[in-house]
Design a protein around this ligand. Structure first.
Ligand SMILES: CC(=O)N[C@H]1[C@@H](OP(=O)(O)OP(=O)(O)OC[C@H]2O[C@@H](n3ccc(=O)[nH]c3=O)[C@H](O)[C@@H]2O)O[C@H](CO)[C@@H](O)[C@@H]1O
Ligand SMILES: C=C(OP(=O)(O)O)C(=O)O
Length: 437
């Protein structure tokens, strides 16, 4: 278990370039399985989850070439599908969430796909019903081995297009069903589809490979099945969750930061949500500039004067992955805010650690926490903690960077799952952080 030691209370300054998006890269990497031609991808982040998925692809027989930093080519012309039934795959496939999307890609192309119960953050129930319900509607036979928690879908005679209404707008579920449907016979429609920028990117990539997807960006996708896909070139967007993390870090440490080339058009409601906490988020070309918040930041209130409430919702609502960061930033705001994590039921428990550090938070129930901001009148105190999940981990890191004294964070592998060279990049803007492996 690796550890960070952080000397908090220092102001940071400089420019940050966001990494490629973790959750887009995981979708895009699965899509390389859908053609026997070469696929070139740029801006792939060098993070644990993505590297694990690349390893799974390599074990499946994908020929992978690293062409430069973040640039790779993939050729899936001779796959070892037997690997899918090996013990090795049962171990590797269950180590991250993103691996689930190889099922749709393989089912579409080869008529079969298998996966052990995928990993990812332990932040609540993470059901796969939407995924498998969609495959079954496309004509696949489903089997589940309860003992081994191993899922399988098979369609030896191919998939058949169908109209479907998803039970929930699942992000990886939509990506999975979409990949299967583009190679099904006939027309499919997916209503209540997730429509976040990363799904849009997947649709654009598949279309550039020869797929016929319409309705991109909406919650109703129309797909006309094709027989075969070809190679393509694709560039992964900057990571909006990382961008939000830098905004939160800048405000909390009263630092001036410029976040370069953020792709504003794909940030949706994210900048506006940080503004609700009183944070100045300036648009400078395609960069975000956060000025030094010398006199803190004040939570806005609703028109009727009622207390501010920030909650998550499927896109274009506010992403659940940034709520932990919003929560930590609220601990130093002027005013109070109710954080409502609607999607995941175990994601707010990390507030105990913030309370230990002196933050004023009432955990109302597993989904809601009220934060009463300190307005910088009292600094958080350094402590020793362990990172329970990726976003709680980065939030605790932000808290530690703003706190008085030296903090220790254990289990930083959680942070490394989604943040590339986080300590190196923090040191480059003036943070005092050391990694112990
Ligand atoms: C690898 C990856 O891409 N992971 C992301 C993906 O996970 P993932 O695709 O696993 O998450 P889902 O979109 O399936 O659902 C997340 C949770 O929200 C609930 N839910 C979902 C949709 C809905 O309309 N109502 C509802 O309550 C689900 O029951 C589930 O508990 O999307 C999540 C939601 O943005 C993000 O937190 C994860 O970072
Ligand atoms: C929940 C997350 O990731 P995963 O779905 O990979 O666990 C996240 O990125 O915040």
């Amino acid at each position: 278990m690796a550890t960070f030691q952080i000397e908090g209370g220092h102001q940071l300054k400089g420019e940050i370039r966001p990494q490629g998006a973790k959750n887009e890269a995981l979708q895009i990497l699965c899509a390389v399985l859908m053609t026997d031609e070469k696929v070139y991808i740029d801006n792939i982040p060098n993070i644990r989850d993505v590297n694990k998925l690349i390893e799974i692809l390599s074990n499946l027989g994908v020929k992978i070439q690293k062409l430069g930093q973040g640039s790779f080519s993939f050729k899936s012309d001779a796959l070892y599908l037997d690997y899918l039934e090996s013990e090795k795959f049962k171990e590797e496939g269950s180590s991250l969430r993103g691996s689930i999307m190889i099922v749709g890609a393989l089912l579409g192309r080869f008529g079969k796909g298998y996966i052990p119960r995928p990993g990812g953050d332990k932040i609540g129930r993470r059901r796969l019903d939407t995924h498998f319900g969609g495959f079954i509607k496309l004509g696949a036979k489903f089997r589940y081995n309860k003992e081994e928690r191993f899922y399988g879908v098979e369609a030896p005679n191919g998939l058949k297009g169908v109209d479907m209404l998803l039970e929930e707008a699942s992000v990886t579920g939509t990506a999975n069903i979409l990949m299967a449907a583009v190679l099904a016979k006939g027309k499919t429609s997916i209503y209540n589809a997730a429509c976040e920028p990363y799904i849009q990117q997947l649709c654009k990539m598949l279309n550039s490979m020869g797929a016929k997807i319409k309705g991109i960006g909406s919650n109703l996708l129309h797909i006309e099945g094709v027989e075969k896909l070809s190679g393509c070139k694709h560039t992964v967007l900057p990571d909006m969750i990382e961008i939000g993390s830098w905004i939160g870090l800048a405000a909390m440490t009263k630092s001036e930061l410029t976040i370069k080339d953020v792709s504003w058009k794909d940030l949706g409601i994210i900048p506006e949500t940080f503004r609700k906490l009183g944070i100045t988020v300036e648009k400078v070309g395609d960069d975000i500039h956060i000025p030094e918040h010398k006199s803190g930041y004040e939570v806005t209130s609703f028109i009727d004067g009622s207390i501010m409430n920030i909650s998550d919702a499927p896109w274009p609502g506010f992403t659940p992955d940034l709520l932990s960061i919003i929560l930590v930033v609220a601990t130093q705001a002027r005013g109070s805010v109710l954080i409502h994590q609607k999607m995941f039921e175990s994601r707010l428990f990390f507030v105990d650690k913030l309370i230990d550090m002196g933050a004023k938070i009432i955990l109302c129930d597993p989904h809601r926490a009220t934060v009463i901001g300190h307005d910088f009148e009292s600094q958080l105190k350094a402590t020793t903690m362990s990172s329970p999940d990726i976003r709680a981990g980065i939030s605790l890191l932000i808290a530690a960077l703003s706190a008085k004294g030296v903090s220790t964070i254990h289990n930083i592998e959680q942070i490394d799952r989604g943040y590339e060279d986080i300590d190196g990049r923090l040191r480059a803007i003036g943070a005092k952080i050391t990694r112990f492996d």
